[in-house]
Design a protein around this ligand. Structure first.
Ligand code: DAH
Length: 381
């Protein structure tokens, strides 16, 4: 007896399960009969397909929706809908383009495999992620110097007083130490001062660490995380990033420093950018300077249309880094490794990666970089 779709009076889960199972086995049995029977299998299968999937009278596309779903009481509609979907899938899978080419008797393994995956559902979107804007900026800056022949060096974030201060010509108790808002590791008082641990306040200690390991000539850039006792706000953070540079050789001059940094700024911010050096002070360089570039937001005019340009405070210039010629007192600490200040000279520089990323992307709150808000980070994807 060929299967006919029964009317449902009972919409309980148990009754629905029974009705579903009955329809499913009826379909399977019809297919079995076709594949075991005589006659043109392809033609007979097409008959079964139309009987079950036909748009106008098909069992799963018309009869079951009319006889089960439409009259179902409101609270049972959802369950009936699920039964119908499962049956539809069960039937459709047999007419799948791959399975359709397999002799019916050999279809079962394909059926099992395909049944596990609903190929009609849209695929899951898996975002592949993107570089964090600070890391991206850091890599770009490092790449500019790598093209000039610089290597990359790194050092520890928890540093000793010796490398962070003393060997950089900040003598114990020197007031220049006060400018660094240092976070010290607790419980270090029993140690001699130079061995006491702190969170490095700049990447400059890696200058010394590298010169202890490598003899001159050297050219290195040092990206890394530093810490200072600065409460977080739109332009400060207790944790931030720097990129340090150091070049030591015979006969390195302030002209080399200017030429190198002018080239690097043009490579980073565009060839129309101008550079400008102003005298400054750092204990480990002499002479020292701050480097300014023409504001790449307003082009140096100090104004954006009729508004004042905020990033450069209307001056048309933006400070991007500190730099200078390595102080001979610094070379004295690594003299034994070939850094006799009478024979070699060098320049150094240090910049704030986060601040450059802020300017580059026109972001007005530094904290956005550290909060991990996906809506913000996706803008850089
Ligand atoms: N270490 C300095 C700071 O964090 C920045 C700096 C200035 C680095 C001058 C240098 C330099 O290498 O030559 O404020």
């Amino acid at each position: 007896m060929a299967y006919t779709v029964p009317k449902l009076t009972d919409y309980s889960d148990a009754a629905l399960n029974r009705a579903e199972e009955e329809a499913r086995s009826a379909f399977d049995a019809e297919l079995m009969a076709v594949s075991a029977g005589t006659g043109d299998i392809g033609e007979n299968i097409e008959i079964v397909r139309v009987r079950w999937l036909g748009r106008e009278k098909g069992i799963v596309n018309k009869q079951i929706p009319d006889l089960w779903l439409k009259p179902a009481p409101k609270e049972a509609k959802r369950s009936v809908g699920q039964v119908l979907n499962r049956l539809k899938r069960h039937v459709e899978i047999y007419f799948h383009p791959v399975i359709g080419n397999v002799p019916p008797i050999e279809r079962q393994p394909f059926f099992l495999e395909l049944q596990a995956v609903d190929i009609t559902l849209p695929g899951a979107r898996r975002p592949i992620g993107a570089e964090h804007p600070i890391l991206k900026t850091s890599r770009e800056i490092v790449a500019v110097f790598q093209k000039l022949g610089y290597s990359v060096a790194e050092g520890p974030v928890v540093e000793t007083d010796y490398y962070n201060f003393e060997a950089l010509n900040f003598p114990p108790n020197h007031p220049a130490r006060d400018t660094q808002d240092t976070l010290f590791i607790a419980g270090q008082q029993a140690k001699p001062q130079r061995e006491r641990l702190l969170l490095r306040t700049h990447t400059s200690p890696v200058q010394i660490r590298t010169m202890e390991k490598l003899r001159p000539p050297i050219r290195i850039v040092i990206p890394g995380v530093v810490h200072r006792n600065d409460p977080p706000d739109a332009s400060h953070s207790p944790m931030f990033n720097q990129i340090e540079g150091l070049a030591v050789d015979t006969n390195i001059t302030f002209g080399d420093l200017k030429g190198t940094l002018d080239y690097a700024m043009k490579a980073l911010f565009g060839s129309s950018v101008k550079t400008h050096f102003r005298p400054s002070f750092f204990p480990f360089t002499e002479p020292s300077a701050e480097l300014y570039v023409t504001c790449f937001i307003c082009g140096g005019s100090g104004r954006r249309g009729s508004d004042p340009c905020r990033p450069c405070k209307q001056t048309g210039w933006i400070e991007v880094l500190g730099c200078g010629m390595v102080d001979p007192n610094v070379f004295e600490f690594v003299k034994d490794n070939g850094y006799d200040p009478k024979r070699v000279s060098g320049f150094a520089f240090g910049m704030g990666t986060d601040r450059l990323a802020l300017l580059k992307y026109g972001v007005d709150d530094l904290q956005l970089f550290f909060q991990g808000d996906v809506r913000f980070l996706e803008m850089f994807g």
